[in-house]
Write a protein that binds this ligand. Structure first.
Ligand SMILES: [Zn+2]
Length: 256
């Protein structure tokens, strides 16, 4: 399906949250080609469990210019980690000096057992190697409100569609906020977009997850439509807005 962005718009954008390893391997190639065609320059390829790390490594070798890896353990998998996951994660961060940490975080809907410990260990490593961190936060505001000092210099709350008040706290602590299609579900959520300083906004698809159209898989090639919608909400020309978001992404991934 071809979407019309309207006018002569050339975008250059980074999808800051994609689980490329979760597409089927034949699919990944198509996903990369079609996203290239609409101006997606790069992906932050995000892991959820330690088994993902070697899959992402393979993708890096195949598409070195396209993929920036994020290695971490998602709170849903906090208990499934191998015994030495932390040592392995540290090795990955040493091996890939540009890698981020994530996705990690806390999820109040899931078994809390081990979540905080696994998250705090990743925060420690993000500090030690001075890497940005990608945070999944669901029903876990409390922990953050008491522990902002544990976060590394650069952090992003991904696919944000939570409370206004907490969003203000994130930005007061100099955090980035990433929006996915989920923020377009209703008017009230869309308003969140206006509460973040323009230089702290990132955009993502979280594909292949968070499909927003029935019978259609989410994929990075759809990101331009999110860029367009958010630009509208911010009242900015599309070109200017996408340039800003691109620069924000570069600033976020810059290590050191
Ligand atoms: Zn994700």
């Amino acid at each position: 399906m071809v979407y019309d962005l309207g006018g002569n718009v050339e975008l250059n954008i980074i999808d800051t949250h994609v689980h490329l390893q979760d597409f089927t391997s034949e699919n990944v190639k198509d996903v990369i080609i079609s996203s290239h065609g609409v101006g997606i320059e790069k992906f932050i390829c995000v892991s959820a469990k330690s088994e993902d790390w070697s899959k992402i490594e393979k993708l890096i070798h195949k598409y070195p210019k396209k993929i920036l890896p994020a290695f971490g353990i998602h709170p849903w998998y906090a208990k499934d980690g191998k015994k030495n996951w932390s040592g392995e994660l540290e090795n990955m961060l040493k091996k890939y000096p540009e890698a981020l940490v994530g996705e990690t975080g806390l999820d109040g809907y899931k078994d809390p057992d081990g979540q905080i410990e696994v998250f705090e260990r990743q925060l420690f490593l993000a500090h030690k190697y001075n890497r940005p961190i990608i945070i999944h936060c669901v029903k876990s505001q409390n922990w953050f409100e008491n522990n902002w000092r544990l976060l590394p210099e650069k952090f992003v709350f991904h696919s944000y569609n939570g409370k206004k008040e907490f969003l203000k706290e994130i930005t007061a602590h100099n955090g980035y906020v990433s929006f996915s299609f989920s923020v377009l579900q209703n008017k009230e959520l869309a308003e969140l977009v206006n509460l973040v300083p323009i230089h702290k906004i990132l955009l993502e698809t979280d594909s292949p997850y968070q499909s927003f159209e029935k019978n259609r898989d989410n994929e990075p090639a759809l990101l331009p439509f999110l860029v367009k919608e958010i630009a509208k909400i911010r009242g900015m020309p599309l070109n200017e807005f996408s340039r800003q978001i691109y620069n924000n992404s570069l600033e976020f991934i810059k290590v050191g």
